[in-house]
Every structure is written in C-alpha cells, then in structure tokens.
Design a protein. Structure first.
Ligand SMILES: Cc1ncc(COP(=O)(O)O)c(C=O)c1O
Ligand SMILES: C[C@@H](O)[C@H](N)C(=O)O
Length: 349
C-alpha cells in the first residue's frame, strides 16, 4: 500500500524503454541532440505556443527556483500560498537562486490563494518606498499542495490581480497533468491564455525518472534562464536522457493516461474514506492527493499492515488516545492499483 508520494513510484515502462533506446551510440551533449529539439517542438505544439522557450531540468525544485530567478529581482517579493512547495519544501532554493527574494505568504483554502487576500498583501507590500521589499512576482501551484486545482477562471483571476500591479506569474506544475485531466481544459487555457508567464511542467511525479520542463511563454527572458540554469548546475551534459524521458512521456496521450489513472485511484480512495465512520476528508480530491483525518487507532492498524503514507503535518504522533483523529496525506500515482486502494480501505474500516 504505497501512498507516501508519487515520488516513490517507479518509472513508467514506456519511459524506461525510451531511456534504453536513447542509449545507442553517441549524441551531441548539453541539449544539442535531436531528441531535445523534438521535445521543444512537441511542448510548443501541446501548449499552442510556437514562440515559447523550453528548457529541461532534473528536478521540480530547480524548475521552480530558476523560474523565480528570471521573474523577480533579489529585492522582490514572491507572493505565494503559505503552504506552497516553494515555501515549505525547497530548503530556500527560490530565495537562493533569486539572490534573496522574500516569499510573502498568502492565505486561502485548499492551498489556493484567495484572490482578495492576494490583492491586499500585494497592495500592502512596498508601500513604504525604498525601505520595503518591492513587489516581484506571483507563484501558484496547480494541482495545489492540498490536492485541489485552480480552474482556468481562477488562474485568470490571480493573473488579473498580478497584472494590476504589473507582476509576472509563475505556475508550479509539478502535478500539471493531474490538474489538466481533472479540469478537462487545454494546456494553453490553464496557463498562458489565463496570464501565466512561466510554467514548471512536471514529469517526475507522473511516471518519468527525473525531468521537468520550464516553459517561458514570453521568450524575452530565455537567455537569462539558460545562463542561470548552467550557472546553477542544472544543465545536463547527457541531455538526451532528459529529453528521451520527456519525449516518451508526451508520446500520444501517455502523460494524460498516467495522470488519469492516478486521479482515478485517488477518487476511489476518497470515495471509500467517505463511507468510513469516524473518517473525513480535509480537502477536495481534485487530482491525485487525498487528505483525510481518521482515528489514531486506524492509523496504527494501517501502519501495522504496512501502509506507507505521511501523517500531515509530519509532526503528529501515533502515541495517545486511539479514538483521537490524526490527519494524513495519501498520494496515488500511475502505479497505484485498485487492490492497494481496497486493501487500505479494508484496514481503515
Ligand atoms: C507541488 C510540488 N512542487 C515542486 C516539487 C519539487 O519537486 P522535486 O522534489 O523534484 O524537487 C514537489 C515535489 O514533490 C511538489 O510536490
Ligand atoms: C517534499 C514532499 O512534499 C514532496 N514534494 C512530495 O510531494 O511528496
């Protein structure tokens, strides 16, 4: 029962096969290979953005931190949700790669920034002139760190506020495919048509070994991104192996099918939890993450049975009153089976 994270799943077989196939002979390095060029063309086509600049990096943290670095100055504020991954789980990488930008945290349910809270805090920031951190950029995560998704209209509302203050918008799309198939919109509608300027397009959590694409819909900052990627140590020399993963991921509808499966498993788990007395969901299950609370005794049964998942937040303890509820995060992936979900639910009941 593997629900700790989609990061714990293996590599989807078609993507692993593509890595092996890319291993034949020699190819130009640092992205000059034909596979890398094909991936750029494919992503431009998928996003209906023929002028976009596209770069591959090995981790989501690199994608996010480098995206922030080209969108704001060291004295700028990065407005993001208080539970954003760039705030809670990147060890200060955005602050590091921007040269010191300050993350300014915004409230909102389900880890979605509340638009009016965002507007208020942007207006408040920098009001004291040179003495204050200046307004820099906005970053939102879709699907969010609470497993919810922003609709295209909600993305557009955030971007409209950012635009009122002349701020660019970045989207952390580590689980972009999961959000996309949940929404049923187009990739363009979820991003640049709503006002997003830079996207971290995730592949790792959804079946790749380790590759993310940064898509700059406005290519004006492309050269700066390239230099920052190299200077930050994130330009792969054997770049064909990043490209081979992304090419296989985007082949046909594989990326969408993998996400649909993960989301379907989360929906199955979520629906099952709803039927269990004493258990309740904490956030909507819009994508592939399920947040729920259930009695400590149920957690003890599940963990004794070998279920892997995180208490959420991490610092809760299993010691204490068995009837008291603890909250948890369960994440499904392309590799999750119905049997795993049903076994989890059987132990929960
Ligand atoms: C929402 C979100 N963004 C970014 C990342 C960063 O990805 P990585 O762990 O590959 O740096 C993660 C990691 O799981 C994530 O959950
Ligand atoms: C760090 C941890 O949150 C990771 N990003 C995950 O989603 O599993």
């Amino acid at each position: 029962m593997h629900f700790a994270s989609d990061n714990t799943a293996g590599v989807a077989p078609a993507i692993l096969a593509a890595l092996s196939a890319a291993n034949a002979g020699h190819m130009p390095s640092y992205g000059a290979d034909p596979l890398s060029a094909a991936v750029v063309a494919r992503l431009r086509a998928i996003f209906e953005a023929p002028e976009a600049a596209v770069y591959l990096v090995p981790t989501g943290t690199a994608a996010n931190a480098l995206s922030c670095a080209v969108l704001t100055q060291p004295w700028g504020a990065i407005f993001c949700h208080r539970n954003a991954h760039i705030e809670e789980d990147e060890c200060g990488a955005p602050e590091f790669y921007t040269g010191g930008s300050k993350l300014v945290l915004v409230e909102g349910a389900d880890a979605k920034m509340d638009p009016e809270a965002l507007r208020r805090i942007i207006a408040h920031t920098g009001r004291g002139g040179i003495h204050n951190v200046q307004r820099g950029m906005v970053s939102l995560t879709n699907a969010t760190e609470a497993g919810a998704v922003y609709t295209p209209a909600e993305v557009a509302a955030i971007c409209a506020i950012a635009r009122d203050f002349k701020l660019p918008v970045h989207m952390d799309g580590a689980r972009f495919a999961n959000a996309l198939v949940s929404l049923g919109c187009t990739p363009a509608e979820m991003t640049w048509k709503a006002g997003v300027e830079v996207l971290s397009f995730g592949g790792t959590k959804n079946g790749c070994m380790g590759v993310e694409a940064v898509i700059l819909f406005n290519p004006a900052r492309a050269h700066e991104f390239e230099t920052r990627r190299k200077r930050g140590g994130h330009l792969f020399s054997k770049h064909r192996f990043l490209a081979a993963q992304m090419a296989a991921y985007l082949e046909g509808d594989l990326w969408l099918d993998l996400a649909r499966h993960a989301n379907a498993m989360a929906a199955r788990l979520s629906a099952g939890i709803r039927t269990v007395p004493g258990a309740h969901l904490l956030h909507p299950t819009d994508a592939n993450e399920v947040f729920a609370a259930f009695p400590r005794g149920a957690h003890r049964r599940l963990q004794a049975a070998g279920a892997a998942y995180y208490l959420w937040p991490f610092d809760q303890s299993l010691e204490g009153d068995a009837a008291e509820s603890l909250s948890a995060r369960m994440v499904t992936s392309w590799a999750t089976t119905e049997a795993e979900v049903d076994t989890f639910l059987a132990h929960l009941k």
